[in-house]
Design a protein around this ligand. Sequence first.
Ligand code: C2O
Ligand code: CU
Length: 496
Amino acid sequence: MKNIRPLGIALFALAVGCGRPPARVAVQTPPPPEEEPAPTVIVLPGTNNNPTPPAVKPKPVVKGVATLEDTNTDPHIVEVSLTAQVKYVTFPGKGTAQMYTYNGQFPGPLLEAHQGDRVIVHFTNELPEPTTIHWHGLRISDQMDGSPRIQSPVPFGGTFTYDFVVPDAGSFWYHPHVRANEQIEKGLYGPIVIRGDDDPEYDVERYILLDDILLDGGTFYPFMEGHMEGMHGRMGNMLLTNGLPSGSVATEQVTAGHVERWRLLNTSNARTMELTMYGPSVRIIATDGGLLKEPYTLNNSRRLILPVGQRYDLEVTYRDAGASAQLQSWVLMQGSSGGAYEGAINVFNVQQSSDAVEPRTIAWPAIQTPSRAADESVTLQFDAMEDTDGMLMWMINDQPHGMDPLFTFAKGRTVKMQLDNLTGMEHPFHLHGQFFEVLDNGSGARLPGLRDTVLVGGGETIEILAYMDNPGRWMAHCHILEHAALGMMAEIVVAQ
Ligand code: C2O
Ligand code: CU
């Protein structure tokens, strides 16, 4: 590397100077809706109308996404086929684009299994370029993780069989790990639901995948052109809910008295979303690593910040017939498209019903969470630099595209990691293969739940406690895909 100069301070100044608010601090407050709905209620009232569960649990249907067909008759093996292929996708009112899809579907179909199941995926690549599949959040073998450092990418016409055991229940997703900033933007991603024995039963389940893509009519704007995309990440001009542009998601009838589980995921390349729900009562019941020990309600601002890669599960209770439920998004970042979105991204109308049904109380299972003290502490510094050609590179601990292990930990170690963001851009940090807790979110608060992704805001320092329980060579990177492509990628080894 020749004549490099640190850019952290410069980027910070630029971020502030160009009016882009540092994450989570100077957020522009959107105007309140005409009628301010009642704030979210904490406790779900009502009697338990459904005390005896049926002997055989029917598998809940997950609405909003297509499902992969399990071709294996063994109840503990899920065997499916995925083919990556080029396909034209039509966005109602917005045109048709040539996309990359799994099985011709956008988003990719739902992979569903039970905790402890063996999952076999017969993968075929029909794309005009190599690819892999990464199973984001699943603590599986590193050989099956889709890392191009371990698995040679599957060429055009090639096949690969992914074969792994899924250890944890929760909401996860899959996507490629080769030229991910282009391949994911073009449509390669799909949801994963791993069920656990303790899962509470809900009347309806939905997986809601939120995306933000940059299209010029039916054509993707060129990738990585210009400084802005490399710096902020690729900001889109079309917000998608399960592949449909906002406004074109059909209004759905739901039933008063029903309690639903919504699994939310942000699959954007770069755009952090800030979500609010109007209408029904909402509890946060799960994070990346599965069900929370204690569900909680959103605070007064009723905002949920969803950085790319991260998941939150919501428990949504419809109380009043005739009311509507609106999931709204305000978007923090001004991007290369110059636009920020605002408004409803999904609307559900609660059906009128003559007899008022009291929502039942969801009995909460006893959730085991690890409680371990840190064995050691390390620091990861996020920074940027520019070479003499003006090429922007993103770094972790001064290394762009760190190829040597940044750290090696013995299996079972509990590691406090200080994530130190020297830049003004935000970085959703993702660690493969392990879960962690957020000890300090930058304002001194400990966040509930296990995660594999956490947002580190501009100039922030946060602290996580990582449970290094899954041996292997693991990628650790920023999930702003352009930052990762420009070097914000490291390797962490957990020795057997
Ligand atoms: Cu969601 Cu390394 O990825
Ligand atoms: Cu980043």
